[in-house]
Design a binder for this molecule. Structure first.
Ligand SMILES: *[C@@H]1O[C@H](CO)[C@@H](O)[C@H](O)[C@H]1NC(C)=O
Ligand SMILES: *[C@@H]1O[C@H](CO)[C@@H](O)[C@H](O)[C@H]1NC(C)=O
Ligand SMILES: *[C@@H]1O[C@H](CO)[C@@H](O)[C@H](O)[C@H]1NC(C)=O
Length: 492
């Protein structure tokens, strides 16, 4: 066939097709060809075909196909993903082409992902009318088709409703007529399309109190007051102050021994209610454990630990899962593990300890104390003229650390001593019903003073006074009575 014949045949076929489609409008909106016109700029595919019929059928097979241009000289059809109604400005005369609108089952523009629209208006033009709702658009995110709400009255696409978010997940999206605004949420920085977490803890002006730990979180940060401080983290106050007054003793129980020690674990690890009792001050090695105050009063111990060595004095303390006590007739502080029931360490106070004891005697040369800062040993130090030496014990290393030689009375003329909030307090007398706390030394500041705090030895023989930093009371053993003293701290 020559080209001329092909041309004739195709023109003939075209006319025939036009005639058929005009005569048979059944099965949907049919439209005839428009000879001498084309739609420009919306071709997504082409096909070489002898007859435009082939293109008609091919167009029906592709959801994107809205219309096609038949190129007479090339025997080719150009499939368009728009109609001339959608893009009237692109519908132009062309001598070599005819325009065909898809006849059957044309997919409405914007109704499927493969056929996204560019604007709301385009949908209305393409379909004649359209209701507000969700449509697919190619113009919201480049390279992808996303579903978004279209207001057909205002012709505005709500980009914020897009099936794939237009802003960063940590941004607020706000729709505007014709556009949208992304704003990074508090705690994030960026242009809104991408937002980065702000590291508030790394900021040049600290966001937390100087006595707080700062930890960055996504979009925020957490301030936690360091131990010994109270507050919300943005402001922290030293929770420990000086003692203002000590109340009257509260009796909890009694034992037939004049001297002894009783306590709870100030860390609460051994149970917040568990009570430990060391009856007597020498030649003894059975530590009793009671479940709580009720069982303590009935006298039924939950457990009895038989220690490997006798203790001396009444200075033993339970601190976490350990009992610390002065081993009989030695300079050793024994660290006894209550869980494994074995000695973990013996810490030597060297030859300087045990030169003197508290007023009442009873091998009370070495007193152990616990406060908010940790574990302390108090003893009359020969290198300090038998006045008190206070030394901290690193419980993890099991070694002695910071020490202070105090300008207190000599040990054997004081009733007792204890430590609270880093302050060593000495009680003047163990026996007089009315006495005072007449010495205080603040290890944090180095200040020493006579606080002259009233103190009552109600039963006339106070052999043990120890501070419990968890309950913030004094535990004492006063002539067979096991008592606690409430403490009032000064306000800041
Ligand atoms: C529609 O056709 C235009 C023009 O060829 C093309 O750029 C666009 O990607 C097509 N759209 C789709 C969804 O195929
Ligand atoms: C983001 O939206 C929330 C909720 O509507 C609002 O509380 C917050 O202030 C907004 N943040 C910004 C940066 O616009
Ligand atoms: C504060 O941070 C230090 C060091 O990271 C850590 O040892 C301590 O436990 C933290 N304290 C609190 C209260 O989070």
């Amino acid at each position: 066939m020559t080209a001329r014949i092909v041309f004739r045949v195709s023109v003939l076929a075209l006319l025939l097709y036009s005639a058929v489609t005009q005569k048979c409008p059944a099965g949907g909106r049919s439209e005839s060809s428009i000879v001498g016109w084309m739609l420009r700029g919306h071709v997504y595919d082409t096909l070489l075909a002898e007859l435009p019929f082939t293109c008609v059928f091919k167009c029906r097979e592709d959801n994107r196909c809205q219309s096609f241009n038949w190129v007479i000289s090339l025997l080719t059809c150009e499939f368009n993903n728009r109609t001339k109604e959608a893009r009237p400005e692109d519908f132009i005369p062309n001598q070599d082409r005819s325009y065909y609108r898809r006849d059957l089952q044309r997919v409405p523009l914007g109704s499927i992902q493969e056929l996204p629209a560019e604007t709301c208006d385009e949908i209305k033009r393409s379909e004649g009318h359209a209701v507000s709702g969700r449509y697919w658009f190619s113009t919201i995110k480049s390279g992808t088709s996303v579903l978004a709400y279209c207001n057909m009255e205002t012709n505005d696409i709500d980009e914020c409703s897009a099936s794939s978010p237009v802003c960063d997940i940590n941004a607020n999206c706000s729709n505007t007529r014709g556009s949208y605004i992304c704003t990074c949420r508090a705690g994030y920085t960026g242009d809104g399309k991408t937002c980065q977490d702000i590291d508030e803890c790394g900021a040049s002006t600290p966001v937390c109190d100087i006595n707080a730990n700062c930890s960055n979180t996504r979009g925020s940060y957490i301030c936690t007051c360091k131990s010994g401080y109270i507050g919300d983290g943005k402001t922290c106050q030293d929770s420990c102050t000086h003692i203002k007054s000590v109340g009257k003793p509260v009796i909890h129980n009694s034992r037939s021994y004049t001297q002894g020690a009783w306590m709870k674990d100030p860390l609460g690890i051994m149970g917040p209610e568990t009570i430990f009792v060391m009856v007597g001050y020498g030649g003894r090695k059975v530590l009793e454990e009671f479940e709580n105050m009720d069982t303590f009063k009935t006298g039924i111990a939950r457990k009895k630990y038989v220690l490997p060595y006798n203790w001396d004095g009444t200075g033993g303390v339970v601190y976490g899962p350990y009992l610390y006590y002065n081993r009989e007739a030695t300079n050793y502080i024994v660290k006894y593990n209550l869980r494994t029931e074995g000695v973990e360490k013996q810490i030597s106070l060297s030859g300087s300890a045990r030169v003197t004891s508290y007023q009442w005697g009873g091998y009370s040369q070495v007193d152990l104390a616990v406060d908010e800062q940790g574990l302390w040993a108090l003893w009359g130090y020969s290198g300090n003229s038998n006045k008190l030496r206070a030394q901290m014990i690193d419980v993890h290393k099991g070694s002695l650390t910071l020490a202070w030689n105090l300008n207190s009375e000599v040990m054997n003329s004081m009733g007792n001593a204890f430590v609270a909030c880093g302050v060593v307090y000495c009680i003047d007398d163990y026996h007089s019903e009315s006495t005072t706390i007449n010495f205080a030394y603040d290890t944090k500041t180095g200040n020493q003073w006579n606080p002259n705090i009233q103190f009552t030895n109600q039963f006339g023989y106070n052999s043990m006074v120890a501070y419990n930093p968890r309950e913030r009371v004094l535990y004492a053993w006063d002539n067979q009575r096991l008592v606690t003293y409430p403490i009032t701290f000064k306000e800041r």
